[in-house]
Design a binder for this molecule. Structure first.
Ligand SMILES: Cc1cc2nc3c(=O)[nH]c(=O)nc-3n(C[C@H](O)[C@H](O)[C@H](O)COP(=O)(O)O)c2cc1C
Length: 199
């Protein structure tokens, strides 16, 4: 691969919050998940777990997404300009019509530092974001489901799961996936104060 292509890909990735209703072919989903699982992980534990939600089950999640909005809206009201606030509210109410919803969990272990486990899963989630871009798909990683962790666990039918009960298995984020139906501007990056060189 050309060096330029990689940096262009990283730059092209952006969060998409409005989707066409077209379904995503299973082989595309399999490829983005395979790419996710190429990520590095602490002690190579590959401690990511993914739950892929589509169809009627995905529609069922909307009521939970709407509830998660309540936990987040006051912070966003203070931070976002009104038009963006309204857009974000709509996103939580509809998931931007995304046909696919992926939940990423971390399997934590006393043999590995907590933050290493969490970081490993987020590396996989970024791979998944980049793979979506390559596939012509859009996605948006969402911390919002963490506002309603218990509801998500019930929704995924995991309440009785021994690893959930022992808190070994921990929800980290949701990712909506689908074909983009908007082309938002790239969120600007700040460099100042982010990098410190030492010699
Ligand atoms: C861990 C994490 C949690 C996020 N949670 C949400 C969320 O709940 N809702 C949302 O609309 N966007 C969410 N985002 C997307 C960010 O808002 C977005 O990445 C950021 O504004 C930069 O924009 P970009 O992804 O287009 O570059 C989240 C991103 C990350 C990495």
């Amino acid at each position: 691969m050309d060096k330029k292509d990689f940096y262009q890909l990283v730059e092209n990735r952006k969060s998409i919050r409005k989707f066409k209703k077209d379904p995503v072919p299973k082989d595309s989903l399999e490829r983005i998940l395979a790419a996710a699982m190429q990520a590095p992980s602490g002690k190579n534990r590959q401690n990511w777990r993914f739950y892929i939600v589509q169809g009627k089950k995905r529609d069922e999640y909307l009521k939970h997404s709407q509830k998660s909005w309540l936990g987040i809206k006051d912070v966003l009201k203070a931070r976002l300009k009104p038009s963006l606030y309204d857009f974000t509210e709509r996103f939580f109410f509809t998931l931007g019509d995304a046909p696919v919803l992926i939940f990423a969990f971390s399997h934590n272990s006393s043999e590995e530092k907590y933050l290493t486990s969490i970081g490993s899963v987020y590396m996989a989630v970024e791979n998944l974001n980049l793979a979506c871009t390559v596939e012509g798909l859009g996605c948006c990683t969402m911390g919002a489901p963490l506002e309603i962790k218990d509801d998500v666990i019930k929704f995924l039918d995991l309440t009785g799961d021994p690893e959930i009960k022992s808190k070994e298995l921990e929800l980290l984020c949701g990712v909506v996936v689908g074909y983009p139906d908007h082309n938002p501007p790239k969120a600007p990056r700040q460099i100042e104060g982010r990098i410190h060189w030492l010699e």
